[in-house]
Design a protein around this ligand. Structure first.
Ligand SMILES: Cc1ncc(COP(=O)(O)O)c(C=O)c1O
Ligand SMILES: N[C@@H](CCCC[NH3+])C(=O)O
Length: 412
């Protein structure tokens, strides 16, 4: 919900220059109504019994989580900390699923005590530990196996998770045996099957291929007298970072998947990026401009510690000045203040020479933005602001220098 009104760029009905004045820069700015719209796209497409479990690793700000919990979302979690955040935000534990290759004993115990819907189990050793801890607590643990379906979708290699040889899940060929083993465990209830093939996937064909392979396992497992209630299809739908990219919609995805399975199945989807990415942007100030070695640079107060995606994956985020200007456009690198040559927000962009102190918006940073930020170079974490109509609310205060020393025991 970004638009120009006159010369000014707005998020919903709030001028970004007003946000910069009031809350400072750099700042993450979210649109509540874009977030709701993105979630409703999934909810409306879910014509079968099931749950949309928001992948909270993309953005776990309490205000964002509360909005989604209120809309009836479940949560896909990947650590005890994420389960904690989701419970605090009001998610119903019976809608929380928990994946991850390295769940610790403490995390498993915490999840069991809080009665989550199901563990997406990624190895037989993990299954043993869950069974043991459930026994100690005198409870039953509901599980699905995360199956690695050996599918290779068209996306960045760092975010491909369902390919043969990656660390995720139980290998496709070992899936049926894993279920047979689980059936013998005293404290385990088999609830479902899970796969998640990767992220920023624009087309549906890899999802459909994975789903067909998963259904083959479901049939083989059920032939062994084991019932599979939930088909958890993971997340992974991409968004339009680059103008002209055409990501499939939740409706297209689901209409390909549903007919592949028996009618009685319940479905879980775990979208993350496609819910939060386009609902958030990074507002940054141009501190300095310079020409060096024949290149033009805009140096912003946002760095790779605030948004690591460009440095880490060479990811593209559109960058636009928040004030329309008739200044000439020149090929520009937008860089941050960190001592790394990989500290850039965008390279070779045609941008007007923004005035010093002017602001840029680094778009579609609501997913894996603030959530992946760090204090590298001892830079305090950023403020986060939520816009709803004509109201802008601070949902995370900007950290102070004192916060940098908060947990260091010799800091007094
Ligand atoms: C298990 C699991 N589910 C869901 C997601 C969310 O993926 P995305 O943000 O691409 O929708 C991820 C991250 O890739 C994941 O690891
Ligand atoms: N962090 C990645 C996505 C990781 C997906 C998590 N399994 C990104 O920014 O694109």
């Amino acid at each position: 919900m970004l638009s120009f009104k006159g010369k000014d760029l707005y998020v919903e009905n709030v001028k970004l220059s007003d946000i910069a004045k009031k809350f400072g820069t750099s700042t993450y700015v979210y649109s509540k109504n874009q977030l709701i719209k993105n979630f409703q796209n999934y909810k409306n497409a879910l014509t079968k019994d099931g749950i949309i479990c928001f992948a909270c690793k993309t953005n776990s700000n309490a205000a964002i989580l509360k909005i989604l919990a209120k809309l009836g979302a479940g949560a896909d979690t990947t650590s005890g900390g994420e389960i904690y955040r989701c419970l605090k935000a009001g998610f119903n534990p019976s809608k929380i699923v928990y994946a991850g290759v390295g769940k610790t004993a403490e995390e498993i115990e915490y999840a069991l005590k809080n009665k989550i819907l199901m563990f997406n189990v990624e190895s037989l050793e993990e299954l043993d530990l869950i069974d043991k801890i459930a026994g100690k607590l005198k409870v039953k643990a509901k599980i699905a196996f995360r199956i690695n379906p050996h599918v290779d979708p068209d996306t960045h290699s760092y975010i491909t998770t369902g390919k043969k040889g990656t660390k995720f899940g139980i290998a496709y060929d070992d899936a049926v045996n894993a279920y047979v083993t689980a059936k013998k465990k005293k404290n385990i209830i088999i609830s479902g099957i899970h796969s998640h093939i990767g992220s920023q996937i624009l087309e549906t064909k890899s999802f459909a291929l994975a789903a067909k392979k998963i259904n083959k396992i479901v049939k083989d497992v059920e032939a062994n007298g084991i019932n599979i209630e939930y088909i958890d299809c993971g997340g992974g739908l991409g968004i339009e970072y680059v103008k002209g990219e055409k990501p499939a919609t939740p409706k297209q995805l689901m209409s390909e998947i549903f007919p592949l399975f028996d009618k009685d199945k319940k479905f879980i989807f775990e979208p993350g990026r496609s819910i939060t990415a386009s609902a958030g942007h990074l507002l940054a100030k141009v501190i300095y401009r310079k020409i060096s070695g024949g290149k033009s640079f805009l140096i912003t107060d946002a760095g790779m510690n605030d948004l690591i995606r460009p440095s880490f994956y060479d990811a593209y985020h559109e960058i636009i000045p928040i004030k329309r200007t008739s200044a000439k456009k020149v090929k520009t690198d937008v860089v941050g203040p960190i001592c790394e040559s990989s500290d850039f927000m965008g390279k070779d962009r045609m941008l007007p020479v923004v005035e010093q102190g002017g602001c840029l918006l680094i778009k579609d940073a609501g997913a894996y933005g603030a959530a992946m930020s760090s204090q590298y170079n001892s830079r305090p974490l950023l403020a986060e602001v939520l816009v709803d109509g004509n109201k802008a609310t601070l949902i995370k205060r900007r950290a102070a220098y004192e916060d940098l020393l908060l947990n260091e025991t010799s800091s007094k």
